[in-house]
Design a protein around this ligand. Structure first.
Ligand SMILES: NC(=O)c1ccc[n+]([C@@H]2O[C@H](COP(=O)([O-])OP(=O)(O)OC[C@H]3O[C@@H](n4cnc5c(N)ncnc54)[C@H](O)[C@@H]3O)[C@@H](O)[C@H]2O)c1
Length: 422
């Protein structure tokens, strides 16, 4: 299909490879495919302009196809300068007639120009992964706020930022917090990020994880996924936390828990997964062992203090793609992966399609829900409705060939009563 759209991608000749890989991911995304089929006949998004700022991966391509099948006019830009798959961007433009503004490795200025291009589309619905489109709309494109019926937000960090905006009374339109759906964070953040973060670290370095001291900062949904998978690869896992309950959970899950100051001295591999800033600081870096590897899988590249690392270094060089070596004054060498950006997307391919199937089913159904309920929604951050969450879990189980028991009427009555059967 020859494109009629505006776009800025690396190279349109990469499209055939993108098409092949999008089809491969689609095989693992049966729930989204079923939604796409229904959208095709019911057209719930007919005529709606959507600006989506998501990681430009094969799975996102299948979401864009689904929204388009529902009648939407979709523009896509990247939610991280390093996460774009250039063949997928080309395929979306060339084969699926979706406007894409994203190039892997784009500089900061280009990254923000691409977000502006997505906002130029005059969206009625926004889809964010980290609230960047919403950020632009709430700063210097406020005249467009009134056109927007709702937005969706994919990740923990974005939801935190949007709840802060809501608390300030400054949220310009309703938001559906896709990350809050159980069928999103319990699977995507934990199993998806767990596997793909290990994949990213291994692809970038090819180090053996067995026998290494692997430090995970943060024991939220992402941190527990990474810790669980690093343990499975034979690493000795150390967890750092600031929340006493989560620290306790990590200890009782069998991990060693300590402060980052202590962990800095013993860790071989560090992976931050907190959504916080300055988790690994200069004070920690100077304690680290020669050869320590530093990676981040949280949303922004502020978890490792990269400017401090640059100041400490007397020499830097690229050791391999995605691996930068920093030599400190005493000769210690530290290795930063993927410029401190989410390593699963920078050096690997992001989450496997099977979990993104559920995350993006939530995105597609939340967009439909927002359109259907536009008149009632206020300028608040809403969870994904429980019925959507349950339906996605039910469909996913079905596609996995798993059937489960159902409550009998008698059991349902018993569970709802305070005195029956006591
Ligand atoms: N790489 C990916 O593909 C991907 C996928 C999903 C989420 N994320 C991002 O990962 C981050 C974590 O997400 P989550 O869902 O696990 O969040 P979460 O809120 O469940 O967990 C974060 C944990 O980090 C802890 N923490 C905060 N500051 C800390 C510090 N200084 N030291 C140690 N621990 C600290 C918190 O107490 C909390 O337990 C967010 O930025 C999220 O957007 C990335």
């Amino acid at each position: 299909m020859a494109t009629t759209k505006r776009y800025d991608v690396k190279d349109l000749s990469l499209a055939p490879e993108g098409v092949r890989r999008i089809a491969w991911a689609d095989r693992q995304m049966p729930v989204l495919a079923a939604i796409r089929e229904r959208f095709q006949s019911e057209q719930p998004l007919a005529g709606y302009r959507i600006s989506a700022c998501l990681h430009v991966t094969t799975e996102t391509a299948n979401l864009a196809r689904t929204l388009q099948a529902g009648g939407a006019d979709v523009v896509l830009c990247a939610s991280n300068p390093l996460s774009t798959q250039d063949d997928v961007a080309a395929a979306l433009v060339e084969e699926f007639d979706v406007s894409v503004f994203a190039i892997k490795g784009e500089d900061n200025d280009t990254y923000y120009q691409h977000i502006e291009a997505a906002v130029d589309h005059k969206p009625q619905l926004t889809m964010d992964d980290g609230a960047d489109v919403i950020g632009v709309l709430h700063s210097h494109r406020r005249e467009q706020l009134g056109d927007i019926i709702a937005g969706t937000e994919e990740t923990t960090t974005g939801v935190i930022r949007l709840k802060a905006l809501e608390a300030d009374g400054a949220l310009g339109f309703p938001i559906i917090a896709v990350n809050e759906a159980k069928t999103k964070h319990l699977f995507d953040n934990r199993y998806g990020t767990g596997q793909s973060t290990i994949d990213g670290i291994v692809r970038a370095t090819n180090v053996l994880l067995a026998g290494k001291r692997f430090v995970v900062a943060g024991y939220g949904w992402v941190g527990r996924g990474v810790a669980m998978r690093a343990k499975g690869m034979g690493s000795h896992v150390i967890v750092t936390e600031v929340d006493p309950v989560r620290a306790l959970e990590a200890a009782m899950d069998g991990f060693e828990v300590m402060s980052m100051t202590e962990a800095a001295e013993v860790g071989d591999i560090f992976c931050t997964a907190t959504g916080d800033k300055s988790v690994i600081t200069r004070e920690h870096m100077v304690r680290m062992k020669d050869g320590a590897i530093l990676a981040n899988t949280g949303h922004f590249n502020v978890e490792i203090e990269i400017p401090a690392l640059r100041q400490l270094a007397t020499e830097t060089r690229e050791s391999r793609e995605f691996v930068e070596e920093f030599t400190l004054e005493d000769g210690t060498r530290l290795y930063l992966l993927g410029d401190g950006r989410l390593i699963n997307l920078a050096a690997a391919e992001g989450h496997p399609a099977l979990v993104m199937d559920m995350s993006f089913a939530n995105q597609a159904l939340s967009a439909e829900y927002a359109v259907e309920n536009a008149a009632e929604l206020e300028r608040k951050v809403y969870p994904v409705p429980e019925e959507i969450d349950q339906e996605i879990a039910r469909l996913k189980l079905e596609t996995m060939g798993i059937s489960i028991d159902r409550l009998t009427e008698d059991q349902a009555r018993y569970l709802a009563s305070w005195d029956e059967g006591t």
